[in-house]
Ligand binder design. Structure first.
Ligand SMILES: Cc1cc2nc3c(=O)[nH]c(=O)nc-3n(C[C@H](O)[C@H](O)[C@H](O)COP(=O)(O)OP(=O)(O)OC[C@H]3O[C@@H](n4cnc5c(N)ncnc54)[C@H](O)[C@@H]3O)c2cc1C
Length: 554
């Protein structure tokens, strides 16, 4: 992954490309002069008249200054919609700008881990998985070389309703959008970022168009992220998975394959294809690859449905990206969701992290009456980056590490690690409960992650030493340990060792809520769909770091 902060020159060159390739842009802007042009909101908060002089919080007292918007959210995806509802429920007057308000049809965000479902409950959004034919998910089944092992989520201590949920992503998002828009103080508007803006030699923002054609501006630097692999998505119809209500992970060659139900009659299949180039769908190369390389590795029970899905032709691809969260405190703006932080989707942790971040942010904003001093608020919100870390970095690190461990390799030591991981999880008890509690978001603790990861490595070395160690086996064992370090340590370093393991030693952790009045803009969401770069053919994504905003503009 390469991330490039945009400078001025880069920004200008990308303005044109952005219109065509804008993959992601998160934008927040509160512009005083534009406020009055925004669609009018009813001045009620949960049935109470909203005060005119500040944003209401908690008990509904206070309201945004001068009758304007308290928070603008760009992107009404998973994070944007959930945040809009959450802040709206807390009495903020929220304006959401979403590029396309019709039901999304995507192959992402279809399995919500139980930890994410707990966050939905905490946010009062659990009914959004109702009436969409969502399926309960109770754990995973792991397949390797004809063997399989079942890994149940450790749900014993929770209410019987708590489990994973899998669904059509678009249906879930529409439910959350409806729920957010049902609050009288939340305004959902269709609008799209169209280009980048340059100012004094630096890319500082974006320009976007509302549905009615009105041009708006906000400021931002730019980040571009390369693509490590792609998921190829298929839908299998009317097929029974070997283990109902479980996600299925096949430790295939060259990399993992996933299956999970997304409705009572459909099963999603995601095939990981390493590298930036995937076989062409149009030329039939992809269908050939799926039939000759992938199909022989999937469980026989679903083979026919898999072939039928390929023959049906609705094959889709989606790049898998990883991007550690780089704190970018910007007065008046906050970046969230995939625009802020991404991890490999193998473990289905993206929505759980996004919802967990929203809970952290909501709790931080709760004691604040008004949001009108952008720079003080920005300083206060620096604690957000630390408070979110233990949960987010555990889920992120696990996703990155597991993807590498689960992928086949020509290196014998790496394959030993892969086999050791499968066998370790198959041991059951604490050996499966611990890792699955991390993956499900039910107990995402960094130390537990590191302990299990190195326990797998040591278990792998122990197996090599039995019945008798030989120099060759000892050498492989040494390389296994070194490979394990090479997998996990760079990910932990990118996440930030101190924030991940010792958050309480970070000064921002203790930042107190400012007493002054504040104004905040929250930027949420990933941006437009990935588009092949015209010149290099590589998939690239633009992230727009948000904007800036002075308290005067509030
Ligand atoms: C292949 C794949 C599979 C995945 N599977 C899972 C899974 O099973 N479970 C899981 O938890 N996570 C999964 N993820 C990750 C998950 O999808 C994301 O973490 C999650 O969707 C992030 O939510 P978000 O709101 O940040 O972004 P999104 O849900 O993508 O929402 C972004 C919103 O912003 C809007 N937008 C974009 N550009 C603009 C613009 N210029 N102006 C205005 N609006 C704009 C978009 O239209 C969109 O509605 C997967 C990811 C991938 C790539």
């Amino acid at each position: 992954m390469a991330a490039v902060a945009a400078g001025a020159g880069v920004g200008l060159q990308l303005i044109g490309a952005a219109a065509a390739t804008l993959l992601a842009a998160v934008l927040v802007a509160v512009v005083l002069g534009r406020r009055r042009r925004l669609v009018a909101r009813a001045p009620l908060v949960e049935g109470k008249p909203a005060p005119e002089d500040g944003c209401a919080v908690g008990d509904g007292e206070g309201a945004a200054g001068d009758g304007g918007t308290d928070v603008i959210i760009v992107g009404a995806g998973v994070a944007g919609s959930a945040l809009a509802y959450t802040l709206g429920k807390d009495g903020r007057r929220v304006h959401v700008i979403e590029r396309d308000l019709t039901e999304p049809d995507r192959i992402v965000g279809e399995l919500l881990q139980p930890g994410g479902y707990l966050k939905l409950i905490e946010l009062g959004l659990e009914d959004c998985v109702e009436e969409i034919d969502a399926q309960r998910v109770l754990g995973y089944a792991l397949f390797k070389d004809g063997r399989n092992t079942k890994l149940a989520y450790p749900l014993e201590k929770f209410h019987s309703d708590v489990a994973g949920r899998s669904f059509h992503n678009g249906r879930f998002i529409q439910r959350m959008r409806q729920k957010a828009a049902s609050l009288p103080n939340v305004q959902l508007e269709q609008g799209t970022v169209t280009s980048l803006l340059e100012e004094t030699g630096t890319v500082k923002g974006v320009q976007y168009k509302t549905k009615s054609g009105e041009e708006l501006k906000a400021f931002a630097p730019l980040t571009i992220v390369d693509v490590p692999s792609c998921f190829v998505g298929l839908v299998l119809e009317n097929c029974q998975l070997p283990h109902p209500n479980h996600g299925h992970v096949i430790l295939a060659n060259p990399s993992p394959i996933l299956f999970y139900p997304i409705s009572s009659t459909e099963v999603r299949c995601l095939v990981d294809v390493p590298g930036q180039k995937v076989p062409s769908i149009a030329s039939g190369e992809m269908a050939n690859y799926l039939k000759t390389v992938v199909a022989p590795q999937i469980p026989p029970e679903i083979y026919d449905s898999f072939i039928a899905a390929i023959d049906k032709g609705s094959i889709r691809t989606m790049p898998n990206r990883s991007m550690p969260a780089a704190p970018h405190p910007t007065p008046g703006a906050l970046l969230m969701g995939d625009a802020f932080n991404m991890r490999h989707p193998l473990t289905g942790g993206g929505m759980t992290v996004a919802l967990s971040d929203i809970v952290v942010l909501r709790n931080l904003l709760k004691p604040l009456r008004n949001l009108h001093d952008a720079s003080s608020l920005s300083k206060y919100l620096e604690s957000f980056y630390t408070l979110r870390k233990p949960v987010a970095s555990t889920i992120n690190t696990l996703a990155g590490a597991l993807y590498k461990v689960f992928s086949a390799s020509p290196d014998q030591a790496r394959n030993e690690m892969r086999q050791a991981c499968f066998d370790y999880l198959s041991l059951g008890g604490v050996f499966s409960n611990g890792p699955i509690a991390l993956l499900s978001g039910l107990n995402p603790r960094p130390l537990s992650l590191v302990a299990h990861f190195f326990a797998v490595a040591i278990y792998g070395v122990g197996r090599l030493m039995l019945p008798l160690p030989s120099p060759k086996r000892m050498w492989i064992g040494a390389r296994l340990i070194s490979g394990a370090c090479g997998i996990i340590l760079p990910i932990i370093k990118a996440e930030g060792v101190r924030q991940m393991f010792f958050p309480a030693t970070v000064p921002a952790y203790y930042r107190a809520a400012p007493a002054a009045e504040y104004c905040v803009i929250a930027l949420v969401g990933e941006l437009s769909k990935p588009t092949p770069d015209a010149t290099s053919g590589k998939m690239e994504r633009l992230f727009t770091w948000i904007a800036w905003k002075s308290s005067r503009e509030c």
